[in-house]
Design a protein around this ligand. Sequence first.
Ligand SMILES: C[S@@+](CC[C@H](N)C(=O)[O-])C[C@H]1O[C@@H](n2cnc3c(N)ncnc32)[C@H](O)[C@@H]1O
Length: 184
Amino acid sequence: MAVNEQYKLLGRKVEDLRQKEDFYPTPRYVTQALLDNYDFSGKIWEPACGDGRMAEVLKEKYSDVECSDLVDRGYGEAGVDFLHSAKKAPNIITNPPFQLAYEFIEQGLKLSERTLALLLPIRYLTGKKRANLYAKFPPAKIIVIPNKVDFLGFGKPAMEFAWFVWEKSEGVRTEIVWARVKTR
Ligand SMILES: C[S@@+](CC[C@H](N)C(=O)[O-])C[C@H]1O[C@@H](n2cnc3c(N)ncnc32)[C@H](O)[C@@H]1O
């Protein structure tokens, strides 16, 4: 039985399973989908690295990967609030805390010098406020993850995701691709 069903049987609300500071480590195949569909050049900053689940996969392809997180999860530099950072980096890649996803897009666009890649819910394609932002800063590539992503292995995941990749250049037209993934 899936963990969320067990939780309901215990009389608890599934929403209570929400992780503190939105800690949802990214399954390997989701990070691999980004690497299979996009090439970065130069230093990469993973600014919400958690326990390094995504960073470890990035490091298999790229040697210069710097990692930080607001919370000390035993990986990278702890206590770094991305939303209050002024440090720039050529490439910024992360799965942001979902409740701060919009703020991460805005800040990432300010701090990335070349590329910003964020794993976001597919529904982030819609919404008036976001549409206004995308009209100004259209993503260069959307990489759709074709299955719902089960971050915590609870079973029956509910949400679909895509990589949104922005390039800091003029005249960007958005390309959309569907990742071919192996979930095991
Ligand atoms: C969805 S998890 C992703 C972890 C990792 N990037 C991965 O994909 O496996 C989001 C992470 O953002 C961190 N976080 C939350 N607010 C933050 C902030 N303001 N600045 C930096 N990191 C933050 C959380 O501690 C958590 O580790």
